[in-house]
Design a protein around this ligand. Structure first.
Ligand code: ASP
Ligand code: MG
Length: 406
Protein backbone atom coordinates (compact mmCIF):
# COMPACT_ATOMS: atom_id res chain seq x y z
CA UNK A 1 0.00 0.00 0.00
CA UNK A 2 1.45 3.34 -1.05
CA UNK A 3 0.78 6.79 0.27
CA UNK A 4 0.20 9.18 -2.61
CA UNK A 5 -0.25 12.95 -2.53
CA UNK A 6 -2.57 13.99 -5.36
CA UNK A 7 -2.64 17.64 -6.37
CA UNK A 8 -5.39 19.07 -8.55
CA UNK A 9 -4.71 22.36 -10.28
CA UNK A 10 -7.23 25.07 -11.11
CA UNK A 11 -8.32 23.65 -14.47
CA UNK A 12 -8.76 20.22 -12.86
CA UNK A 13 -11.32 21.64 -10.43
CA UNK A 14 -12.66 24.37 -12.71
CA UNK A 15 -16.35 23.48 -12.26
CA UNK A 16 -18.49 20.86 -10.57
CA UNK A 17 -18.03 18.35 -13.37
CA UNK A 18 -14.28 18.68 -13.05
CA UNK A 19 -14.66 18.26 -9.28
CA UNK A 20 -16.56 15.01 -9.88
CA UNK A 21 -13.85 13.89 -12.25
CA UNK A 22 -11.15 14.66 -9.66
CA UNK A 23 -13.17 12.78 -7.05
CA UNK A 24 -13.27 9.73 -9.34
CA UNK A 25 -9.48 9.95 -9.66
CA UNK A 26 -9.13 9.91 -5.90
CA UNK A 27 -11.54 7.00 -5.61
CA UNK A 28 -9.57 5.04 -8.22
CA UNK A 29 -6.38 5.51 -6.19
CA UNK A 30 -8.12 4.21 -3.09
CA UNK A 31 -9.76 1.33 -4.94
CA UNK A 32 -6.25 0.38 -6.07
CA UNK A 33 -5.38 -0.10 -2.42
CA UNK A 34 -3.46 3.12 -1.85
CA UNK A 35 -3.85 5.88 0.69
CA UNK A 36 -4.31 9.38 -0.68
CA UNK A 37 -3.84 12.88 0.66
CA UNK A 38 -5.16 15.53 -1.70
CA UNK A 39 -4.03 19.14 -2.21
CA UNK A 40 -6.18 21.51 -4.24
CA UNK A 41 -5.87 24.79 -6.05
CA UNK A 42 -8.63 27.34 -6.41
CA UNK A 43 -11.09 26.79 -9.27
CA UNK A 44 -9.59 28.22 -12.48
CA UNK A 45 -9.87 32.00 -12.59
CA UNK A 46 -10.91 32.41 -8.96
CA UNK A 47 -7.54 33.56 -7.61
CA UNK A 48 -7.27 36.14 -10.40
CA UNK A 49 -10.70 37.41 -9.57
CA UNK A 50 -9.87 37.72 -5.88
CA UNK A 51 -6.62 39.52 -6.65
CA UNK A 52 -8.65 41.83 -8.89
CA UNK A 53 -10.92 42.77 -5.99
CA UNK A 54 -7.95 43.50 -3.77
CA UNK A 55 -6.12 45.67 -6.25
CA UNK A 56 -9.23 47.60 -7.22
CA UNK A 57 -9.91 48.47 -3.63
CA UNK A 58 -6.47 49.09 -2.24
CA UNK A 59 -2.79 49.60 -2.94
CA UNK A 60 -1.92 47.25 -0.14
CA UNK A 61 -0.81 44.23 -2.14
CA UNK A 62 0.94 41.37 -0.50
CA UNK A 63 -0.35 42.22 2.93
CA UNK A 64 -2.05 40.13 5.50
CA UNK A 65 -5.61 41.11 4.52
CA UNK A 66 -4.84 40.44 0.86
CA UNK A 67 -3.71 36.93 1.79
CA UNK A 68 -6.84 36.28 3.77
CA UNK A 69 -8.85 37.13 0.67
CA UNK A 70 -6.83 35.49 -2.07
CA UNK A 71 -6.30 32.25 -0.14
CA UNK A 72 -10.05 31.72 0.05
CA UNK A 73 -10.36 30.13 -3.40
CA UNK A 74 -8.61 27.04 -2.08
CA UNK A 75 -11.01 26.83 0.85
CA UNK A 76 -13.92 26.54 -1.56
CA UNK A 77 -12.18 23.86 -3.64
CA UNK A 78 -11.27 21.73 -0.65
CA UNK A 79 -14.82 21.78 0.66
CA UNK A 80 -16.37 21.06 -2.74
CA UNK A 81 -14.00 18.20 -3.49
CA UNK A 82 -14.71 16.67 -0.08
CA UNK A 83 -18.45 16.87 -0.86
CA UNK A 84 -17.92 15.36 -4.32
CA UNK A 85 -16.13 12.44 -2.65
CA UNK A 86 -18.97 11.96 -0.15
CA UNK A 87 -21.32 11.71 -3.11
CA UNK A 88 -19.44 8.66 -4.38
CA UNK A 89 -19.18 7.14 -0.92
CA UNK A 90 -15.61 8.05 -0.18
CA UNK A 91 -15.32 9.62 3.27
CA UNK A 92 -13.27 12.81 2.99
CA UNK A 93 -12.49 15.86 5.11
CA UNK A 94 -11.39 19.34 4.09
CA UNK A 95 -8.35 20.86 5.80
CA UNK A 96 -7.35 24.51 5.73
CA UNK A 97 -3.69 25.34 6.22
CA UNK A 98 -4.14 26.48 9.82
CA UNK A 99 -5.95 23.30 10.71
CA UNK A 100 -3.11 21.05 9.53
CA UNK A 101 -1.11 23.25 10.39
CA UNK A 102 1.13 24.33 7.51
CA UNK A 103 3.46 26.82 9.15
CA UNK A 104 5.15 29.50 7.06
CA UNK A 105 7.19 32.63 7.60
CA UNK A 106 5.40 35.97 7.58
CA UNK A 107 6.29 37.06 4.03
CA UNK A 108 2.75 37.70 2.81
CA UNK A 109 2.17 36.92 -0.84
CA UNK A 110 5.35 34.85 -1.10
CA UNK A 111 5.61 32.95 2.16
CA UNK A 112 7.89 29.97 2.60
CA UNK A 113 6.80 26.81 4.34
CA UNK A 114 8.74 26.26 7.56
CA UNK A 115 7.10 23.17 8.94
CA UNK A 116 4.20 20.80 8.43
CA UNK A 117 3.15 18.62 11.32
CA UNK A 118 1.66 15.56 9.60
CA UNK A 119 0.02 14.06 12.68
CA UNK A 120 -3.49 15.47 12.17
CA UNK A 121 -3.55 14.32 8.57
CA UNK A 122 -2.27 10.87 9.53
CA UNK A 123 -4.99 10.58 12.18
CA UNK A 124 -7.53 11.58 9.55
CA UNK A 125 -6.21 8.87 7.21
CA UNK A 126 -6.23 6.29 9.99
CA UNK A 127 -9.85 7.19 10.62
CA UNK A 128 -10.62 6.21 7.04
CA UNK A 129 -11.07 9.71 5.67
CA UNK A 130 -9.25 11.26 2.72
CA UNK A 131 -7.78 14.62 3.76
CA UNK A 132 -8.38 17.35 1.18
CA UNK A 133 -5.90 20.12 1.95
CA UNK A 134 -6.30 23.68 0.70
CA UNK A 135 -3.09 24.41 -1.22
CA UNK A 136 -1.41 27.81 -1.62
CA UNK A 137 -2.08 28.77 2.02
CA UNK A 138 -0.15 28.76 5.25
CA UNK A 139 -0.26 30.26 8.70
CA UNK A 140 2.46 32.56 9.97
CA UNK A 141 3.98 32.80 13.47
CA UNK A 142 1.37 35.42 14.41
CA UNK A 143 -1.43 33.09 13.41
CA UNK A 144 -2.31 35.04 10.26
CA UNK A 145 -3.01 33.42 6.88
CA UNK A 146 -0.28 33.60 4.26
CA UNK A 147 -0.04 32.60 0.59
CA UNK A 148 2.91 30.98 -1.15
CA UNK A 149 3.07 32.96 -4.41
CA UNK A 150 1.27 32.27 -7.69
CA UNK A 151 1.13 28.61 -8.54
CA UNK A 152 2.00 27.84 -4.91
CA UNK A 153 -0.30 24.87 -4.48
CA UNK A 154 2.33 22.79 -6.29
CA UNK A 155 4.66 23.65 -3.45
CA UNK A 156 1.98 22.80 -0.90
CA UNK A 157 1.62 19.36 -2.47
CA UNK A 158 5.34 18.65 -2.53
CA UNK A 159 5.78 19.88 1.04
CA UNK A 160 2.91 17.64 2.15
CA UNK A 161 4.48 14.69 0.35
CA UNK A 162 7.78 15.35 2.11
CA UNK A 163 6.19 15.77 5.54
CA UNK A 164 4.07 12.64 5.11
CA UNK A 165 6.99 10.69 3.61
CA UNK A 166 4.66 9.86 0.73
CA UNK A 167 5.77 7.43 -1.93
CA UNK A 168 4.78 9.76 -4.73
CA UNK A 169 3.35 13.18 -5.48
CA UNK A 170 1.08 13.30 -8.54
CA UNK A 171 0.39 16.72 -10.00
CA UNK A 172 -2.87 16.50 -11.95
CA UNK A 173 -3.24 19.20 -14.55
CA UNK A 174 -4.65 20.02 -17.98
CA UNK A 175 -1.63 18.71 -19.90
CA UNK A 176 -0.52 15.10 -19.87
CA UNK A 177 3.09 15.73 -18.99
CA UNK A 178 6.22 17.74 -19.63
CA UNK A 179 7.09 18.20 -23.29
CA UNK A 180 10.34 18.76 -25.13
CA UNK A 181 8.94 22.16 -26.07
CA UNK A 182 5.62 23.99 -26.11
CA UNK A 183 3.36 21.72 -28.24
CA UNK A 184 1.21 24.70 -29.23
CA UNK A 185 4.19 26.08 -31.13
CA UNK A 186 6.32 23.04 -31.87
CA UNK A 187 3.79 20.55 -33.18
CA UNK A 188 6.42 17.80 -33.19
CA UNK A 189 7.21 18.23 -29.50
CA UNK A 190 7.19 14.95 -27.58
CA UNK A 191 6.14 14.06 -24.10
CA UNK A 192 9.09 13.20 -21.89
CA UNK A 193 8.76 9.97 -19.97
CA UNK A 194 11.24 11.18 -17.39
CA UNK A 195 13.05 14.40 -16.73
CA UNK A 196 15.62 15.15 -14.03
CA UNK A 197 14.92 17.53 -11.16
CA UNK A 198 17.64 19.83 -12.40
CA UNK A 199 16.25 19.99 -15.90
CA UNK A 200 12.74 20.50 -14.61
CA UNK A 201 13.99 23.28 -12.38
CA UNK A 202 15.54 25.05 -15.36
CA UNK A 203 12.46 24.40 -17.50
CA UNK A 204 10.14 25.78 -14.84
CA UNK A 205 12.18 28.91 -14.32
CA UNK A 206 12.84 29.40 -18.04
CA UNK A 207 9.25 29.48 -19.15
CA UNK A 208 7.64 26.03 -19.06
CA UNK A 209 4.64 26.74 -16.91
CA UNK A 210 3.76 23.26 -15.73
CA UNK A 211 5.15 23.46 -12.20
CA UNK A 212 5.96 26.26 -9.80
CA UNK A 213 9.76 26.56 -9.70
CA UNK A 214 9.88 26.42 -5.95
CA UNK A 215 7.99 23.13 -5.87
CA UNK A 216 10.65 21.52 -8.04
CA UNK A 217 13.41 22.87 -5.83
CA UNK A 218 11.68 21.40 -2.81
CA UNK A 219 11.07 18.06 -4.52
CA UNK A 220 14.74 17.89 -5.44
CA UNK A 221 15.93 18.74 -1.94
CA UNK A 222 13.51 16.36 -0.25
CA UNK A 223 13.76 13.61 -2.89
CA UNK A 224 10.02 13.62 -3.54
CA UNK A 225 9.08 11.54 -6.59
CA UNK A 226 6.93 13.78 -8.75
CA UNK A 227 4.68 12.94 -11.63
CA UNK A 228 2.98 15.52 -13.86
CA UNK A 229 -0.11 13.96 -15.41
CA UNK A 230 -3.47 14.72 -16.92
CA UNK A 231 -6.70 14.86 -14.93
CA UNK A 232 -8.65 14.04 -18.02
CA UNK A 233 -6.66 11.24 -19.68
CA UNK A 234 -5.45 7.97 -18.28
CA UNK A 235 -2.00 7.87 -19.84
CA UNK A 236 1.09 7.97 -17.65
CA UNK A 237 2.54 11.44 -17.26
CA UNK A 238 6.11 12.64 -16.93
CA UNK A 239 8.16 11.58 -13.92
CA UNK A 240 10.56 14.07 -12.39
CA UNK A 241 13.38 11.98 -10.99
CA UNK A 242 17.03 11.76 -10.02
CA UNK A 243 19.55 11.73 -12.83
CA UNK A 244 20.64 8.16 -12.12
CA UNK A 245 17.13 6.90 -12.83
CA UNK A 246 17.45 7.95 -16.44
CA UNK A 247 19.22 5.39 -18.55
CA UNK A 248 19.32 6.94 -22.00
CA UNK A 249 20.01 10.58 -21.31
CA UNK A 250 19.48 12.92 -24.25
CA UNK A 251 22.00 15.73 -24.60
CA UNK A 252 19.16 18.24 -24.78
CA UNK A 253 15.82 17.40 -23.15
CA UNK A 254 13.88 20.56 -23.65
CA UNK A 255 13.65 23.92 -25.34
CA UNK A 256 11.76 26.66 -23.58
CA UNK A 257 10.97 30.29 -24.20
CA UNK A 258 9.94 33.21 -22.09
CA UNK A 259 8.47 36.49 -23.22
CA UNK A 260 8.60 37.84 -19.69
CA UNK A 261 11.84 39.78 -19.99
CA UNK A 262 12.80 43.19 -21.28
CA UNK A 263 16.22 44.41 -22.34
CA UNK A 264 17.94 47.56 -21.10
CA UNK A 265 21.25 48.92 -22.43
CA UNK A 266 23.24 51.64 -20.78
CA UNK A 267 25.37 53.13 -23.53
CA UNK A 268 28.74 54.74 -22.88
CA UNK A 269 29.00 54.09 -19.18
CA UNK A 270 32.08 55.79 -17.82
CA UNK A 271 34.26 52.75 -17.16
CA UNK A 272 36.06 52.30 -13.88
CA UNK A 273 36.33 49.55 -11.27
CA UNK A 274 32.97 49.41 -9.57
CA UNK A 275 30.86 50.50 -12.54
CA UNK A 276 28.93 47.22 -12.67
CA UNK A 277 28.41 47.30 -8.93
CA UNK A 278 27.07 50.83 -9.23
CA UNK A 279 24.47 49.63 -11.74
CA UNK A 280 23.41 46.35 -10.21
CA UNK A 281 23.68 47.27 -6.53
CA UNK A 282 20.80 49.77 -6.57
CA UNK A 283 18.68 47.39 -8.69
CA UNK A 284 19.21 44.60 -6.17
CA UNK A 285 18.38 46.98 -3.34
CA UNK A 286 15.12 47.74 -5.11
CA UNK A 287 14.44 44.00 -5.21
CA UNK A 288 14.77 43.87 -8.98
CA UNK A 289 16.24 40.66 -10.29
CA UNK A 290 18.61 41.00 -13.19
CA UNK A 291 18.83 37.93 -15.38
CA UNK A 292 21.11 38.09 -18.43
CA UNK A 293 24.06 40.48 -18.56
CA UNK A 294 26.63 41.51 -21.19
CA UNK A 295 29.22 44.16 -20.81
CA UNK A 296 31.53 45.23 -23.61
CA UNK A 297 34.24 47.78 -23.22
CA UNK A 298 35.05 50.24 -25.99
CA UNK A 299 38.49 49.84 -27.52
CA UNK A 300 39.69 53.09 -25.94
CA UNK A 301 39.01 51.46 -22.58
CA UNK A 302 37.19 54.48 -21.21
CA UNK A 303 33.58 53.58 -21.73
CA UNK A 304 31.50 50.46 -21.69
CA UNK A 305 28.02 49.37 -22.77
CA UNK A 306 26.11 47.37 -20.20
CA UNK A 307 23.13 45.35 -21.43
CA UNK A 308 20.89 43.35 -19.12
CA UNK A 309 17.41 41.93 -18.84
CA UNK A 310 14.79 42.24 -16.14
CA UNK A 311 11.25 40.91 -15.88
CA UNK A 312 8.79 43.06 -17.83
CA UNK A 313 6.92 43.55 -14.56
CA UNK A 314 10.09 45.16 -13.14
CA UNK A 315 10.86 47.19 -16.26
CA UNK A 316 9.41 50.54 -15.15
CA UNK A 317 10.88 50.06 -11.69
CA UNK A 318 14.31 49.39 -13.16
CA UNK A 319 14.16 52.54 -15.30
CA UNK A 320 13.19 54.56 -12.24
CA UNK A 321 16.17 53.19 -10.34
CA UNK A 322 18.51 54.00 -13.24
CA UNK A 323 17.18 57.52 -13.59
CA UNK A 324 17.87 58.07 -9.92
CA UNK A 325 21.57 57.20 -10.30
CA UNK A 326 23.56 60.13 -9.02
CA UNK A 327 27.07 61.21 -9.97
CA UNK A 328 28.23 57.72 -9.04
CA UNK A 329 27.51 56.56 -12.51
CA UNK A 330 27.41 58.52 -15.72
CA UNK A 331 26.43 57.25 -19.14
CA UNK A 332 25.39 58.63 -22.53
CA UNK A 333 22.07 56.96 -23.23
CA UNK A 334 19.54 54.29 -22.27
CA UNK A 335 18.18 51.94 -24.94
CA UNK A 336 15.31 49.60 -24.18
CA UNK A 337 13.56 46.78 -25.99
CA UNK A 338 10.54 44.88 -24.75
CA UNK A 339 9.98 42.90 -27.95
CA UNK A 340 12.42 40.17 -27.03
CA UNK A 341 12.16 36.52 -26.12
CA UNK A 342 14.55 34.34 -24.20
CA UNK A 343 14.98 30.91 -25.78
CA UNK A 344 16.77 28.25 -23.77
CA UNK A 345 18.02 24.75 -24.49
CA UNK A 346 18.26 22.56 -21.42
CA UNK A 347 19.83 19.21 -20.73
CA UNK A 348 22.02 17.56 -18.12
CA UNK A 349 23.75 15.77 -21.01
CA UNK A 350 25.47 19.07 -21.82
CA UNK A 351 27.88 18.43 -19.01
CA UNK A 352 29.49 15.63 -20.95
CA UNK A 353 29.06 16.77 -24.56
CA UNK A 354 30.88 19.59 -26.26
CA UNK A 355 29.39 21.58 -29.11
CA UNK A 356 25.87 22.03 -27.76
CA UNK A 357 26.15 25.82 -27.71
CA UNK A 358 27.78 25.83 -31.12
CA UNK A 359 24.84 23.96 -32.60
CA UNK A 360 22.46 26.51 -31.12
CA UNK A 361 24.36 29.47 -32.54
CA UNK A 362 24.72 27.85 -35.97
CA UNK A 363 21.07 26.89 -36.16
CA UNK A 364 19.96 30.41 -35.35
CA UNK A 365 22.48 31.89 -37.76
CA UNK A 366 21.19 29.67 -40.59
CA UNK A 367 17.74 31.11 -40.00
CA UNK A 368 19.13 34.64 -39.99
CA UNK A 369 18.24 35.18 -36.34
CA UNK A 370 20.49 37.58 -34.49
CA UNK A 371 21.51 36.74 -30.93
CA UNK A 372 21.45 39.78 -28.65
CA UNK A 373 22.51 38.35 -25.30
CA UNK A 374 23.76 34.94 -24.22
CA UNK A 375 23.85 33.34 -20.82
CA UNK A 376 24.79 29.83 -19.83
CA UNK A 377 24.90 27.50 -16.89
CA UNK A 378 26.17 23.96 -16.61
CA UNK A 379 22.98 22.52 -18.08
CA UNK A 380 21.40 25.33 -20.11
CA UNK A 381 22.13 27.90 -22.76
CA UNK A 382 19.84 30.88 -23.11
CA UNK A 383 19.80 33.47 -25.87
CA UNK A 384 17.82 36.63 -26.19
CA UNK A 385 16.40 37.23 -29.67
CA UNK A 386 13.74 39.39 -31.29
CA UNK A 387 10.29 38.20 -30.26
CA UNK A 388 9.07 37.86 -33.85
CA UNK A 389 11.40 34.88 -34.31
CA UNK A 390 10.07 32.85 -31.38
CA UNK A 391 8.31 30.19 -33.45
CA UNK A 392 11.03 29.92 -36.05
CA UNK A 393 13.76 29.57 -33.44
CA UNK A 394 11.93 26.98 -31.36
CA UNK A 395 11.09 24.79 -34.35
CA UNK A 396 14.57 25.02 -35.86
CA UNK A 397 16.28 24.19 -32.57
CA UNK A 398 13.87 21.38 -31.82
CA UNK A 399 14.78 19.77 -35.13
CA UNK A 400 18.49 20.50 -34.80
CA UNK A 401 18.74 18.68 -31.48
CA UNK A 402 16.75 15.78 -32.92
CA UNK A 403 13.83 16.16 -30.60
CA UNK A 404 11.15 16.09 -33.33
CA UNK A 405 8.61 13.31 -33.03
CA UNK A 406 8.97 10.78 -35.84
N1 ASP B 1 -4.66 29.43 -6.84
C1 ASP B 1 -3.30 29.89 -6.76
C2 ASP B 1 -2.92 30.60 -8.04
O1 ASP B 1 -3.71 30.74 -8.94
C3 ASP B 1 -2.36 28.79 -6.44
C4 ASP B 1 -2.22 27.72 -7.50
O2 ASP B 1 -3.01 27.62 -8.43
O3 ASP B 1 -1.30 26.94 -7.40
O4 ASP B 1 -1.83 31.09 -8.14
MG1 MG C 1 -0.82 25.77 -11.14
Amino acid sequence: MSLVVMKFGGTSVADLNCMRNAARRVKAEIDAGNRAVVAVSAMAGVTNKLIGYVSELSDLHGGCEADSIISSGEQISSGLLALALHEIDVPARSWLAWQVPIETDGAHGKARIKNIDPSNLLTCLDGGEVPIVAGFQGIDPRGRLTTLGRGGSDTSAVALAAALKADQCDIYTDVDGVYTSDPRIVTRAQKLEKVTYEEMLEMASLGARVLQTRSVELAMNQAVRLQVRSSFEDSAGTFVVDEDEIVEQQVVSGITYSRDEAKITLVGVHDRPGAAAAVFGPLANANINVDMIVQSTASDGNSTDITFTVLKTDFEGALAVIKAFGDDLTFDDILTDQDVVKVSVIGVGMRSYAGVAQKMFETLAEKGINIQVISTSEIKISVLIAEEYTELALRALHAAYQLDAP
